[in-house]
Structure formats: structure tokens, C-alpha cells
Design a protein around this ligand. Structure first.
Ligand SMILES: [Zn+2]
Length: 323
């Protein structure tokens, strides 16, 4: 009987499971909605519903394949504190302060070991193993979607660090500011984080300000978002050669280049892999490398910037690789 590995990706809106064969072939894949916060009266109820949903996905996979998994990899939008063993930095907030690993293990009658990692870490593990960055010794992976996460793999080993935050470049400030770089508050409590410029919502906000500067809306960031064109809508305009969209994406590419240059100056990775919604903008793979040479402390930049090979499913594939 061949060896199979199972991984899950717990996201804000969906929970996905994948079963891979030893050569990386997908044997089974399933996704269900994450039990939403608004369906429950307390965070504890939502948390228990998430545990139950994960348990059900694993049990169903085992029944379908007639296979027993002793180890399960799972990617979460947060990290396990090395000091307390509890979840921290999770944007699915009912997980924060929870003994997630122990609670999952206790929910099964038969012994199972859960390996838990940050979702961006799972992403980079997947792309470094057999994705867009395979055969590279040093890979920095970034997910730019609703947030801006990252992870680092050196010699096929995920680097986690004593604080479990390796690669969290999204909460550094945007470097080499231009006068047009408006600093706005980030949910982390700081001002002008990279995430506030590069995430999908950050992109929309700044594009709106460029598009109609007179409408400097006196609204909260979230409220203002509903008035704006999404990154996808701007991307359609870019593909139609709209001059304003070209300007907006050029500014975005420059901010991405500055942010990545500061990573390259410290880590000097062979490959940077982009994932998440913003990674689907092909213009970036041409323009950002041109701009990197202006900011990286080197006369030439040999770091390759590539798009994730497994797209949406990199995270869950990486989770299965944790096993
Ligand atoms: Zn921040």
C-alpha cells in the first residue's frame, strides 16, 4: 500500500483538505466553508465548530480512502507561540490563546499527531519542494492577498525562528518613502506597514486616492474600501491599456520592489515566489525586477521573481508536506 500524507489549510473563509501520494500527486481534495463568526454567540462556540469541521474532514477522507493517518499537517492564519504553545497573531481571532494542537489531538479517539504551521510558511514549503522554486537553495515566499505574509526556506528547511515570525515582512514599514506614499494605520497598531500598501485592500485604498485625490474620504479604512474599485477591477483596466491604471500599477510595482529589496538586502534569496490574489498580475513579473536594481545594494540583481506554481492550493500542499 502506498504512503499517503494529509494536510489542511484553515483560512478565514474556507477549510481545505488535500491528500498527496509520495510523489506529490493529488489523491483527494475537498473544501468547506469555515464556520463564520457571525453564526455563533461566543468565540468559544466558533472555535469548537472549527475543531469539529476539521475532525469531520479528516474522518471523511479516511473513510473515502480506507486509510488511517497518524500525522496531520495543518496551516493556520497565525502562529504557535514557542513560549506558551498557544496560538498568536491569528486573524481568525477565536483561535488566539487556544491550545489548538492539543485540542485537535484530544478530539480523536485514535492517536494522531498534528503538525501546525503558519499558512505562509506552508505556502513557501510547497513552492520550494516541487513548485516554482524547486531546486533552489534559498526561497522567500510571500502571499499578498487580504494580508501580506511571508516565509523562508533554506536548503529545503523551513526557518521558523525563536519568535515564530520569520518572514513577517508585511508589518515592517514601507522603505524609501516617496511624498505620495500616504501612511495609514495598520490593524497591528503601527503606521505605514507594508501590508497597508501591498495587500488587496491596501492597493484599492491607494488606487482610489490616486484616482480621485479630492475625495480624501474622511471614513475609516474599511468603510472607504466599499467605495473603491477592487484590485481585480483595476487589473481589467490595466489589461485594456487604461493610462490611469498603468500609473497606479507602476506605483504599486515600485512599492513592491522597495519592500522586496529590503528583504533581498538581508536574506539575498535565489528565488522570491509570489502567491495570493495580487500574484495574478503578470505586469509585476516584468516591472518589479526592473525596479529592484534601483533599491537592492548590488550592481545587478540575480534573484528571480516568480509566480506560485500551485496557486491557491500551495498552502494546503505545504501543510501535507509538514508530515
Ligand atoms: Zn502592521
Amino acid at each position: 500500500m502506498q504512503h499517503l500524507s494529509i494536510g489542511l489549510d484553515l483560512g478565514g473563509t474556507k477549510i481545505e483538505v488535500i491528500v498527496l501520494s509520495s510523489n506529490g500527486e493529488t489523491i483527494l481534495r475537498e473544501r468547506i466553508p469555515t464556520p463564520p463568526k457571525n453564526d455563533f454567540q461566543t468565540p468559544d462556540q466558533q472555535y469548537q465548530a472549527i475543531i469539529l469541521a476539521i475532525k469531520t474532514l479528516i474522518n471523511t477522507s479516511e473513510a473515502t480512502l480506507d486509510y488511517q493517518f497518524n500525522k496531520v499537517g495543518i496551516g493556520i492564519p497565525g502562529a504557535i507561540s514557542p513560549t506558551t504553545g498557544l496560538v498568536k497573531n491569528a486573524n481568525t481571532t477565536c483561535l488566539i490563546g487556544r491550545a489548538f494542537k492539543q485540542d485537535l489531538e484530544a478530539s480523536f479517539k485514535q492517536a494522531k499527531t498534528f503538525m501546525i504551521a503558519n499558512d505562509a510558511d506552508c505556502f513557501v514549503v510547497s513552492e520550494a519542494k516541487d513548485g516554482a522554486a524547486k531546486n533552489s537553495n534559498s526561497v522567500f515566499g510571500v502571499i499578498i492577498g487580504t494580508g501580506c505574509g511571508g516565509g523562508l526556506v533554506i536548503n529545503q528547511q523551513l526557518i521558523t525562528g525563536p519568535n515564530a515570525i520569520t518572514g513577517e515582512w508585511g508589518h515592517n514599514p514601507l522603505p524609501w518613502l516617496d511624498p505620495s506614499d500616504e501612511l495609514i494605520p495598520c490593524y497591528c497598531g503601527k503606521l505605514g506597514c507594508i501590508e497597508t500598501f501591498l495587500s488587496g485592500p491596501g492597493f484599492s485604498h491607494h488606487a482610489h486616492q490616486t484616482h480621485s485625490p479630492e475625495s480624501k474620504v474622511k471614513l475609516k479604512f474599511d468603510e472607504a474600501l466599499s467605495l473603491q474599485l477592487s484590485a481585480q477591477q483595476w487589473h481589467k483596466k490595466l489589461l485594456a491599456n487604461d493610462s490611469e491604471a498603468i500609473k497606479i500599477f507602476d506605483t504599486y510595482a515600485r512599492r513592491l520592489a522597495k519592500s522586496l529589496a529590503s528583504v533581498i538586502n538581508i536574506i539575498d534569496p535565489e528565488v522570491i515566489v509570489l502567491g495570493g490574489g495580487m500574484s495574478n498580475i503578470d505586469y509585476l513579473y516584468q516591472r518589479v525586477p526592473e525596479l529592484l536594481t534601483e533599491y537592492v545594494f548590488s550592481d545587478e540583481v540575480l534573484t528571480r521573481l516568480v509566480k506560485a506554481e500551485f496557486g491557491d492550493s500551495s498552502g494546503v500542499r505545504g501543510a501535507a508536506r509538514l508530515v
